[in-house]
Design a protein around this ligand. Structure first.
Ligand code: SAM
Ligand code: SF4
Ligand code: SF4
Length: 343
């Protein structure tokens, strides 16, 4: 117990050091694969032609995790593509846990009922994507039965108390009126839910992007439901930005660093998956040198006004980093999802 507490405190202090003192990334976003098993209406990433031969090996991943840990990264988020398509996913996660990372994964949940036993014990936070309620979700993701698999995956987590599932619910043109259904679903399942608007990928998802008026209505309702006590975990400030479309000062390029399935290090990407600033291959990447370089400072400053995406992680830690972290630590639900499980 005391050992777990000391480990947690050390982890929190080193995260705060990077977040608030050195101003360097503490979040590492890794795509273990670009492959995807779905063809969603909102997202074009399934069009990547890269297969397993183009992907980082487990050994490469182990090496880069060690490098970024030394540089102060403390939270690893896996996404993609669909991370559950990696057959060695549980090895990747256990390597990250052994180093000390708090682990999170964003998934479409299709494969989780089958592989959850190997994956869920290694995760601190499971972000389950939902684009709509019931058959609407299945329709938007072209996959009958997918909604039920998401629900089953969340229920499976109850067997793994250190894994905290959360729903990541996109708002699309056709799902503006499903906010209540999704929020009450989260309440029934006993999990948190975060809403966000789908961003435009020009020429791909133009028809499903909700117009400003729809967002005003949908996020107005989200705010009302949060006030009523539904388990909506977006901070109020983030909900107001999403409701009004107000611009925000993006800290993501300062607090996060990304690595794609090929091992290319980059700052972040736009909704279509275009990398905004590439830093070269992970093997040549020297975090200490890059994070203290004038080029990195310039990129971080320049991208503050970018506003191309509005995923919860970008909006919630925008503006004052101190305030963003404080709100995460004040909210019990967010606190649980930020801290590593003790032990
Ligand atoms: C690109 S997916 C990768 C992880 C996994 N395949 C999944 O679907 O959760 C990561 C997140 O981006 C969201 N997303 C996809 N297309 C988007 C878009 N056009 N705008 C905003 N978010 C989007 C998904 O709903 C998901 O929550
Ligand atoms: S949202 Fe996820 S599941 Fe859907 S196409 Fe994109 S990467 Fe694949
Ligand atoms: S808003 Fe722009 S700078 Fe910020 S994370 Fe999104 S793409 Fe990157």
């Amino acid at each position: 117990m005391a050992k777990g507490l000391i480990k947690t405190l050390q982890w929190g202090v080193s995260l705060a050091r990077n977040a608030l003192i050195t101003g360097r990334p503490f979040l590492l976003y890794l795509k273990p694969t670009a492959r995807c098993n779905l063809r969603c209406d909102c997202c074009n990433r399934w069009q990547s032609e890269d297969g397993p031969a183009e992907e980082l090996t487990l050994e490469n991943i182990n090496q880069l995790l060690g490098k970024f840990w030394k540089a102060g990264c403390r939270v690893l988020t896996l996404w993609g593509g669909e991370p559950t398509l990696r057959s060695d996913l549980s090895d990747i996660l256990s390597a990250a846990k052994a180093i000390g990372f708090r682990t999170a994964m964003c998934t479409n949940s299709y494969l989780l009922p089958r592989h959850g036993e190997a994956i869920l014990p290694q995760l601190d936070v499971l972000l389950c994507s939902l684009d709509g309620y019931g058959s609407k979700h299945d329709e938007l993701r072209g996959t009958p039965g997918l909604f039920d698999r998401v629900v089953e995956s969340i229920e499976l987590c109850t067997a793994y108390p250190s894994c905290h599932p959360k729903i990541w619910a996109s708002i699309q043109r056709d799902t503006v009126d499903q906010v209540d259904d999704l929020a009450y679903l989260a309440q029934r399942l006993g999990v948190g839910i975060e809403f966000f608007p789908i961003s435009l990928i020009a020429g791909y998802n133009d028809e499903i992007v909700p117009p400003a008026g729809h967002l005003e209505t949908a996020f107005g309702r989200v705010i009302e439901l949060k006030r009523k006590g539904l388990p909506i975990t977006n901070p109020d400030r983030a909900l107001q930005i999403m409701r009004t479309g107000a611009s925000f000062s993006c800290n993501f390029p300062q607090i996060a660093i990304s690595v794609d399935h090929r091992g290319e290090v980059y700052t972040c990407e736009d909704p279509a998956g275009n990398q905004l600033h590439g830093w070269g291959d992970h093997q040549q990447f020297e975090p200490g040198e890059v994070f203290s370089s004038p080029e990195w400072r310039q990129v971080v400053t320049h991208l503050k006004q970018c506003n191309l995406c509005r995923l919860p992680c970008m909006v919630e830690l925008s503006g004052s980093i101190m305030r963003g972290l404080a709100s995460a630590f004040v909210s019990r639900k967010l606190w649980r999802s930020w801290l590593p499980s003790g032990g």
